[in-house]
Write a protein that binds this ligand. Structure first.
Ligand code: NAP
Length: 504
C-alpha cells in the first residue's frame, strides 16, 4: 500500500464519543488494539447526554441499567438519572479509561470512502485545525440513532422572527420567564420539557399531532444508605441491576408477540390521565386511539398536570403555517408567540450520515438503503462496506430496556472481529449478501406480530416502506447471544493485496 503524505494512518477510526464510541475505545484498548482515534463533532464525550440539555432532560430507563456493566455507578441520585449526572458519568468513565489521548473533539466527519486498492477507509474530517484525512483499517460508526434533529416542514417556519430552536439544541441564552412559548411535538422530549416551561412561561401552547400513552414514573431518590450498600456490599448493586433487567425483559412478549397484553398498560395510562387532568374534553384529546407500545411508551407524573395548568393550552388542530410572530392552525386561529420550541424528533430511518459513507462499489450507504430500507447483518456489518461496523445499526434499538446493553453486545462483536482480522492476517471482512439477507428476512418475520407493526399507529420506528428497521424484535439476551462470537464463516474476506502479490 502506498502512503499518501498528509494522511494519518490508524487501525481503527471510531465516529462519535457517546456511549457507543466510548465503549468501543475502552474495549479495543483492553484488547490491545490501541491504534485508534475517536472523532467527535462536539466538545466532549457523552453524545446525546452532552447535547440534550433541555430543561427537565432525564433518562426514562432506570439508572441501575443505564451504565456500562464494566463501570457500575453506586452514586446515582435517583431511580431515573438526570441528563447532567449521565454526562458526568461518561466523562468520569472516559477519564478513568486512559483512552482520552486518542479522542479528537470539535471535529466532524465529512465523509468516509472505502479505497479498495489501499484496503483502507479514507475518512475526511474538519476540525479547528482545518481539514484532515485518515486512512483507517476499520471504521466503527457510533454516531447515534437519535442525533440529527428533524425540523418540521411547515409553511413559513423559516420566516419566524422570534427565538426558535430544536429540543436537542436548546438555546440557554433565551430568557423564557413570562414569555409566550409554543412547543411543537408531544414525544419523549416534549413530555419532559413542557412541565419545566410551564413553571416559568407566561403562556405555553402545546401542539399535539398524536397523543402518546404515558404511564406514571415511579421516581424516588436513592437514600445514602442505599448508595453506601451499592458501593460497599459486593454484588448488591449488580443484584439490583439484574432484577431491573429481568423486570424489563418480562415486558417483551407483550411488545413482540401478544400486543393484546398492552391493555394493562392502557389501563395504567388512562388512570394517569384521570389523575392529572380534570377537564373531560382535555382528557379525551390526550387519550391515544392505538395500542400502547405501538409508539414508545412514555413515563411522566408531570405531563398531564402541566397540560391542565391555567397557562397551558393543548392545541390539536393541525398547524397550517407559521408567521413572523405566531402559529396559525387549520381552523384559522392565530396564536401569537415569542419563542418556538420544535420537539419534533430525529432522522432515524434515513440517517444523514449514510449519505457520506461510500462503499466498495462506489455507492453510498444511503443509496443502498434507499432501495429497500436500512439493513445490516446482526445490525452491525453491511455487505458492500468492508470493515465498517455500525453500533446502534438497523434493528438494534429498544423500546423496553437499556441501549447500553445492546451497545456492549455490539462492541464485543466488533472487538472479536478486530482480533479475527489480526489473527487470520486478513485485510477486510464484509458479510455475504446471503447472510445479510437471511438475517433481515428473519427480523421481518419476527416483526410481523409485534405491536409496532400491528398497533395501528405511525411511528418513527417505521420507514417509508412501512417496515420497522429500527427496533430489535425480541429479548436483549437473544441479541447478545447472536453476537457472542464473530462468525467469520458468514463473511467474504480479503487478504492484503501485498500478500496476494507475494504469493503470486
Ligand atoms: P419523537 O418521539 O419523534 O416526537 C416528535 C414529536 O413531534 C411527535 O409528537 C410528533 O408527532 C411531533 N411532530 C413531528 N413532526 C411534526 C410536524 N411536522 N407537525 C407537528 N408535530 C410534529 O421525538 P422526541 O420526543 O425528541 O423523542 C425521540 C426519541 O428520543 C424518543 O422516542 C426516545 O427514544 C428518545 N428520548 C429519550 C428520552 C429518555 O428519557 N431516555 C428523552 C427524550 C427522547 P407524531 O407522533 O404525530 O409523529
Amino acid at each position: 500500500m502506498s502512503v499518501t503524505p498528509g494522511r494519518t494512518h490508524v487501525d481503527h477510526l471510531i465516529v462519535g464519543a457517546g456511549f457507543a464510541g466510548l465503549a468501543a475505545a475502552i474495549k479495543l484498548d483492553e484488547a490491545a488494539e490501541r491504534d485508534f482515534v475517536v472523532i467527535e463533532k462536539d466538545s466532549d464525550v457523552g453524545g446525546t447526554w452532552h447535547i440534550n440539555t433541555y430543561p427537565g432532560a432525564e433518562c426514562d430507563v432506570p439508572s441501575q441499567l443505564y451504565s456500562y456493566s464494566f463501570a457500575l455507578n453506586p452514586g446515582w441520585s435517583k431511580v431515573y438519572s438526570p441528563q447532567q449526572e449521565i454526562w458526568d458519568y461518561t466523562r468520569r468513565v472516559a477519564e478513568e479509561s486512559g483512552t482520552l489521548d486518542r479522542f479528537v473533539f470539535d471535529t466532524a466527519v465529512l465523509d468516509a470512502r472505502w479505497d479498495d486498492a489501499a484496503q483502507r477507509w479514507i475518512v475526511r474530517t474538519e476540525g479547528p485545525d482545518g481539514p484532515r484525512e485518515y486512512a483507517a483499517r476499520t471504521v466503527i460508526a457510533g454516531a447515534g440513532g437519535l442525533s440529527e434533529p428533524r425540523l418540521p416542514e411547515i409553511e413559513g417556519i423559516d420566516g419566524f422572527q422570534g427565538e426558535i430552536f430544536h429540543s436537542a439544541r436548546w438555546n440557554h441564552d433565551v430568557d423564557l420567564a413570562g414569555k409566550r412559548i409554543a412547543v411543537i411535538g408531544t414525544g419523549a422530549s416534549a413530555v419532559q420539557l413542557v412541565p419545566e416551561l410551564q413553571k416559568v412561561a407566561g403562556h405555553v401552547d402545546v401542539y399535539q399531532r398524536t397523543p402518546n400513552w404515558i404511564i406514571p414514573r415511579n421516581e424516588r431518590e436513592f437514600s445514602s444508605i442505599e448508595k453506601t450498600v451499592f458501593a460497599k456490599v459486593p454484588g448488591a448493586q449488580r443484584a439490583l441491576r439484574s432484577l431491573v433487567y429481568a423486570t424489563l425483559e418480562a415486558r417483551v412478549p407483550a411488545f413482540a408477540r401478544f400486543p393484546v397484553l398492552m391493555k394493562a398498560v392502557e389501563a395504567q395510562g388512562r388512570k394517569n390521565i384521570a389523575k392529572g387532568i380534570s377537564d373531560p374534553e382535555l382528557r379525551a384529546k390526550v387519550t391515544p386511539a392505538y395500542r400502547a407500545g405501538c409508539k414508545r411508551i412514555l413515563i411522566s407524573n408531570k405531563w398531564y398536570p402541566a397540560l391542565d395548568a391555567d397557562n397551558v393550552d393543548l392545541v390539536t388542530d393541525p398547524i397550517a403555517k407559521v408567521t413572523g410572530d405566531a402559529i396559525v392552525t387549520a381552523d384559522g386561529v392565530e396564536r401569537p408567540i415569542d419563542v418556538l420550541v420544535v420537539a419534533t424528533g430525529f432522522y432515524v430511518t434515513e440517517p444523514p450520515i449514510a449519505q457520506h459513507i461510500t462503499g466498495r462499489e462506489g455507492r453510498t450507504l444511503a443509496d443502498v438503503w434507499d432501495g429497500g430500507g436500512m439493513a445490516a447483518y446482526k445490525g452491525t456489518t453491511i455487505h458492500g462496506f468492508p470493515n465498517l461496523f455500525q453500533i446502534v445499526g438497523p434493528n438494534t434499538a429498544l423500546g423496553h430496556s437499556s441501549m447500553i446493553f445492546i451497545i456492549e453486545s455490539q462492541v464485543r462483536y466488533v472487538v472479536e472481529a478486530a482480533k479475527a482480522l489480526r489473527r487470520e492476517g486478513l485485510a477486510a471482512v464484509e458479510p455475504t449478501q446471503a447472510a445479510q439477507d437471511a438475517w433481515t428476512a428473519q427480523i421481518r418475520r419476527k416483526m410481523k406480530p409485534t405491536v409496532w407493526q400491528t398497533g395501528g399507529c405511525a411511528s418513527w420506528y417505521l420507514d417509508k416502506f412501512g417496515n420497522n428497521t429500527t427496533l430489535w424484535p425480541g429479548q436483549t439476551f437473544t441479541f447478545r447471544q447472536h453476537l457472542s462470537k464473530f462468525d467469520l464463516d458468514k463473511y467474504d474476506v480479503q487478504v492484503s493485496h501485498q500478500r496476494e502479490a507475494v504469493n503470486a
